[in-house]
Design a binder for this molecule. Structure first.
Ligand SMILES: *[C@@H]1O[C@H](CO)[C@@H](O)[C@H](O)[C@H]1NC(C)=O
Ligand SMILES: *[C@@H]1O[C@H](CO)[C@@H](O)[C@H](O)[C@H]1NC(C)=O
Length: 355
């Protein structure tokens, strides 16, 4: 990533592109104005092509307001889905599978239910629909974020927990995104310069749960019916203290902002994107695919090993055991990373690998 394009750069562009200058004006322009506009367009395009984009990409303003130039399916310079998409991508990406659960899409096919139940088998799987009903009495039953269109440019940062964030100074780039998705035990205090300060979504499962600020959406990945019971309990009575390990009985989180990762989407990620590699996808990979489906532009931070090939968390000292999951067969970290790199190759995401 290049540095040096600070807020001054952004302001200059902003001034030349007040939305009122360019919006919906069908009047023929005087010639000098045409020339002037062409010159400015040329500068903006050259300028932004030279930059690798992050969320404060000045051209966002340009594409948001100059509709005649915007042939994409979103208002960003580059959208996750494009009209003329890469075949590798279209083969895998299925827009009609919604990533988050509502009452409406909570009914699972037998095949999906069986697959999902097999992830972490449990005693009495038959009460799933009852639990879902109870769940949506506690958390909102709404369809979120499915508002893609040529007028929307939602920029997202997916922030993994890799040690490659250490010393990266990505904090400002991360904080400038609309959505900032973190996961599991992620923390920002003490690491702001490298990982930023804001969080809009925090992806977790019961065994990795932590307390959240009121403004953050908790995104629960359920691996079993008990996980749905746990979130109900953790937001209300606090009676469930144990899944296959002890879990926190109560969680500090805004229950009006709790979202549930759909088991159908979970299976789709595993089958369509990992082609069945590993036992199931990692939280990082699941979060990345969530972002691909709800965002228009996705920047990925803190994925993969650090510069020495070690897998550890940015808040830990180098921990050689932290990479052990790569060899347990639960996640296929190498395959996931390959797919992630391919997405970057095809300009579906922008990877920030540390420096
Ligand atoms: C996408 O998912 C829907 C719903 O599961 C399914 O009916 C459809 O066949 C899928 N499309 C492709 C291209 O796989
Ligand atoms: C990842 O990609 C590399 C290079 O294309 C390949 O050699 C390797 O086998 C791939 N790894 C997996 C797990 O697919």
């Amino acid at each position: 990533m290049r540095r040096g394009v600070g807020h001054e750069g952004l302001n200059v562009i902003n001034k030349s592109f007040q939305p009122t200058d360019c919006d919906g004006d069908d009047m023929p322009l005087p010639k000098w104005r045409k020339i002037r506009i062409s010159a400015v367009l040329f500068c903006v395009i050259t300028f932004t092509t030279l930059l690798s984009y992050t969320c404060w990409d000045p051209s966002l303003y340009f594409f948001k307001y100059v509709h005649f130039f915007n042939k994409g399916l979103c208002a960003c310079r580059q959208c996750v889905t494009e009209p003329d998409d890469d075949p590798w991508f279209t083969e895998r990406f299925n827009h009609s599978i919604r990533p988050l659960m509502t009452r409406d899409n909570s009914v699972l096919t037998d095949e999906t239910f069986k697959w999902w139940q097999g992830l972490q088998s449990e005693g009495q799987p038959d009460k799933f629909s009852e639990v879902v009903e109870e769940l949506f009495q506690v958390i909102p039953d709404e369809v979120f974020y499915m508002d893609a269109g040529p007028g929307r440019c939602r920029t997202c940062a997916v922030v993994g927990n890799s040690g490659n964030l250490k010393g990266s100074r990505y904090g400002n780039a991360i904080d400038s995104c609309d959505f900032i998705i973190r996961m599991n035990q992620a923390r920002t205090t003490g690491f702001e310069e490298d990982v930023g300060t804001r969080t809009t979504h925090h992806v977790m499962y019961p065994e990795s749960a932590i307390d959240l600020d009121n403004s953050i959406s908790l995104v629960l990945i359920p691996f079993k019916t008990l996980d749905l019971q746990w979130i109900i309990s953790a937001l209300t009575t606090g009676t469930i203290e144990h899944t296959y390990v002890p879990v926190i009985p109560r969680i500090k989180a805004n229950k009006d902002k709790v979202l549930i990762y759909s088991p159908t989407f979970f299976k789709y990620v595993y089958e369509s994107w990992l082609e069945g590699h590993g036992r199931y996808p990692s939280t990082g990979f699941l979060s990345l695919l969530l972002a691909l489906h709800i965002c228009d532009q996705v920047s990925v931070f803190g994925f993969g090993a650090d510069q020495y090939g070690n897998w550890h968390h940015y808040w830990e000292e180098d921990n050689h055991l932290a990479g052990a999951f790569r060899h347990t067969g639960v996640h296929d970290g190498d395959y996931e990373y390959n797919v992630t790199l391919l997405l970057a190759d095809k300009h579906k995401i922008q990877m920030f690998k540390g420096r």
